[in-house]
Write a protein of this length. Structure first.
Ligand SMILES: *Cc1c(COP(=O)(O)O)cnc(C)c1O
Length: 355
């Protein structure tokens, strides 16, 4: 990468106070990373500048046809003064997978990691220190051509913004209720379900509203063709423990390949916990529930790490999973992954990355 130009913020903001709850994604740090792309010139002018508004022409392509991608990862405070990222190489790789699908130019993976590392380093005093808190990192790329024609843009902006975020579970791991959606779908094979891009979220809002109105916190998506096979939750992958085996839907092109999902599978395989990636139908799930074999359900994602599911609604039926409390495997995975992230547990897979 070209040397990163640094322009320090002359007016740093007041940081949130320790010990107080932090909202998710509303507070931003003093700096942001920015880099431009122009066809024929490549990526250029990487810089860290004061956080602030950007100016775009109303015809900028991203506003009209949604050519954009994003990532999400976190920086954690370890013991003492250490700061860690969790598997940022996976975010770099997934960025390029999303970019290829969306005709956005690829970025060298080491440049992505270096950009994240440097901007976190500059704002490291913003990483909250209360238990369970972290600094949420949001890299994203937008198409900026001033043109209403439908074609891949020739100009892009890559930016990274940072947001101190509170503990996902204020009062320890809390089971959530999930709505199995049988009308709307999120993605189809051949579409862009595997890419982290705004369009997948725009099309998920209607179902999410429906679920929220009914008191459910997330939607569980079924496949886009038959609405029969389980895909994933709003912003999490999904796991079931059926008769002692951990089962998760196999990646099929319409499911987002979560880094937490991969970490759960790695851990299970290395520790002799039986696990399978395969197709699983909602009928099989309900049958397992009725016969008492469905022992645990949990989501996996950067925000919550592991999110136990206590309740599932499908059509007119509501199922309570286990005794409605947190399962033993969910708890064990949560403790392990958060332990690696914060430096409390031996990093047996080389996932921890020191800033
Ligand atoms: C980001 C995301 C996930 C979780 O991925 P992680 O890398 O584990 O955070 C799952 N599903 C969707 C739709 C996502 O956007």
């Amino acid at each position: 990468m070209l040397p990163i130009r640094i322009e320090k913020n002359p007016n740093p903001k007041k940081k949130p106070e320790a010990g107080k709850p932090l909202p998710f994604g509303k507070i931003f740090t003093d700096h942001m990373f920015v880099m431009n792309y122009t066809e024929g010139k490549g990526w250029y002018d990487p810089r860290i500048v004061p956080y602030g508004k950007i100016s775009l022409d109303p015809s900028a392509m991203v506003f009209h046809y949604g050519q954009e991608m994003f990532e999400g990862l976190k920086a954690y405070h370890g013991e003492g003064d250490e700061v860690y990222l969790f598997r940022p190489d996976m975010n770099a790789r997934r960025t390029n997978a999303s970019n290829r699908r969306l005709c956005i130019p690829e970025l060298p993976e080491e440049d992505f990691i270096e950009a994240v590392r440097r901007v976190v380093e500059i704002d490291r005093d913003w990483i909250p220190t209360d238990p369970g808190t972290s600094l949420y990192i949001r890299p994203f790329i937008i198409a900026t051509d001033e043109f209403l024609g439908v074609a891949p843009s020739q100009n892009y902006l890559f930016m990274i913004i940072l947001s101190p975020s509170g503990a996902y579970y204020e009062n320890g791991l809390q089971p959530v209720g999930i709505w199995i959606e049988d009308e709307y779908v999120r993605a189809v094979r051949g579409g862009m379900g595997f890419a982290k891009t705004g369009g997948n979220y725009a099309c998920s809002l209607a179902a999410q509203e429906k679920a929220h109105e009914d008191g459910y916190s997330q939607v569980l998506w079924l496949d886009g063709v038959e609405r029969k096979y389980i895909e994933e939750v709003g912003a999490m992958n999904i796991f079931f423990k059926i008769d002692g085996t951990i089962v998760t839907p196999m990646l099929n092109g319409s499911i987002l390949p979560g880094i937490t999902r991969d970490s759960v599978l790695c851990y299970c395989r290395a520790h002799g916990i039986p696990c399978e990636e395969r197709k699983i139908s909602v009928d099989e799930l309900i049958e397992a529930q009725r016969s008492g074999k469905l022992e645990e359900v949990f989501g996996s994602g950067t925000a919550a790490v592991i999110s136990p599911v206590g309740k599932l609604r499908y059509r007119d039926e509501v199922f309570t999973i286990g005794d409605g409390s947190i399962g033993e495997t969910s708890r064990r995975l949560y403790d392990y992954i958060t332990g690696v992230q914060t430096g409390k547990v031996k990093d047996e897979f080389g996932w921890r990355f020191k800033v």
